[in-house]
Ligand binder design. Structure first.
Ligand code: PMP
Ligand code: GLN
Length: 387
């Protein structure tokens, strides 16, 4: 008899990032789908890690992360957001943002709780909520009249929050749209959650990739929000090292305590030499992440200029290393079908936006990753200009 199992995630298939990267690999297409740089982490950082690899940092790290790294994270956070952080009780190093988000959700969400996410929503949030027994409520981001700006509809959020709402997940700088939050937005959010029991999970993995001289407004920096917020970040984005899977959670003590109860049994601890190497590099080379906006802004501008004579419509991204394009002048095919067809037939892989949405509202848009060397961007743009 063929065995079957009743799935705990019956509606979940294979993540779009795996689907599109696999399709790109199978067809030899240029892969601008899954977000990863085509360049290496800085040499000094790699040397720092090698040093620790060769000098005994090869056994379990402390469950919450090595002190040197937690100290560097706390110091950076205080410098950037003027919030004093207790490195021993409020910082936990985790296995990339993915593990951090998962643990935060398991720690907070109980059976029957509602969790609000904003579509297009990064694809790891909802399965984590489902596994915790919660129910995900999707609120679409509003789209501006010109079609380029995505933002939270504050009235819709205020209307959606109810006594069952346990958690609101926000992700700014936003993947995939590049939308950002400003200080006034944080105040609006504070107004809405003020008299509720609802917590906030802030996915800030693109904290250091915001363009056009705009600041990154972290929820950490807001006195009222901070009291109920877990902030998750990732060194994968900051150091061109998505393959290292190392990130962190910063949260007030009472939330960090709950986070750690889950984290200690999800992974226990993270690669020891990588933690020490990043600690050294953060202390000695802050200039690296300080120049990241300029570095990626140049890539963004280069990619957008290459698409100038294409039939795509776009407005340069405000943040992240993703560019959204509107293909309505070329095709009215569904974005998922088109992303696959253009990978196979035209040799460039992208990410369709509809997979991040409960309801079809993002329309004829695709996401391209521009964290690539210029030759790759040029080769991709040449194919895209033919469409
Ligand atoms: N959240 C968002 C919005 C992301 O874009 C990503 C990865 N690109 C993650 C979380 C996961 O980060 P990590 O690779 O560190 O697990
Ligand atoms: N976050 C990356 C992206 O948006 C992908 C991460 C993954 O593949 N899980 O492309």
């Amino acid at each position: 008899m063929k065995r079957t199992i009743a799935s705990k995630l019956p509606d979940v298939g294979t993540t779009i990032f795996t689907v599109m990267s696999q399709l790109a690999a199978d067809t030899g297409a240029i892969n601008l789908s899954q977000g990863f740089p085509s360049f290496d982490p800085p040499q000094k950082l790699r040397d720092d890690i090698k040093h620790h690899l060769d000098n005994g940092a090869n056994q379990y790290a402390p469950m919450m992360g090595v002190p040197a790294l937690r100290s560097a994270i706390a110091e950076k956070t205080t410098r950037l957001h003027r919030r004093s952080i207790d490195m021993d009780r409020e910082v936990t190093v985790c296995c990339g943002a993915t593990e951090g988000l998962f643990c935060a959700i398991q720690a907070i969400v109980r059976a029957g709780d509602e969790v609000i996410v904003f579509d297009p929503a990064y694809d790891s949030y909802e399965p984590a909520v489902t596994l915790a027994g919660g129910v995900t409520r999707h609120l679409p981001l509003s789209i501006s009249a010109d079609g380029y700006d995505f933002s939270i509809d504050w009235q819709a959020l205020a209307d959606a929050v109810n006594p069952r709402t346990r958690l609101i997940v926000v992700n700014f700088p936003h993947n995939p749209t590049g939308a950002i939050l400003r200080d006034a937005d944080l105040d609006r959010l504070a107004d809405i959650v003020r008299d509720t029991d609802c917590y906030l999970l802030s996915d800030e993995v693109y904290e250091h990739i915001v363009f056009d001289e705009e600041p990154h407004c972290s929820l950490l920096a807001h006195d009222e929000l901070w009291e109920r917020t877990m902030v998750i970040s990732s060194f994968g984005k900051t150091f061109h090292a998505t393959g290292w899977k190392i990130g962190y959670c910063i949260a007030p003590v009472y939330l960090s305590d709950e986070f750690r109860k889950v984290h200690q049994f999800a992974t226990f601890a993270i690669s020891t030499p990588v933690q020490h190497g990043i600690a050294d590099f953060l202390q000695s080379d802050a200039a690296f992440y300080q120049q990241l906006p300029a570095f990626y802004q140049e890539k963004r501008d280069f990619f957008c200029s290459l698409l100038k004579d294409s039939r795509f419509r776009l407005r340069p991204a405000r943040s992240t290393f993703f560019q959204i394009v509107d293909y309505s002048d070329i095709s009215n095919e569904l974005d998922l079908d088109l992303a696959k067809r253009w990978t196979i037939d035209n040799g460039v892989a992208s990410i369709p936006l509809s997979v991040f949405c409960e309801q079809a509202f993002t329309g004829t848009r695709l996401r391209f990753c521009f964290a690539k060397d210029n030759a790759t961007l040029e080769a991709a743009a040449e194919k895209l200009r033919d469409l």
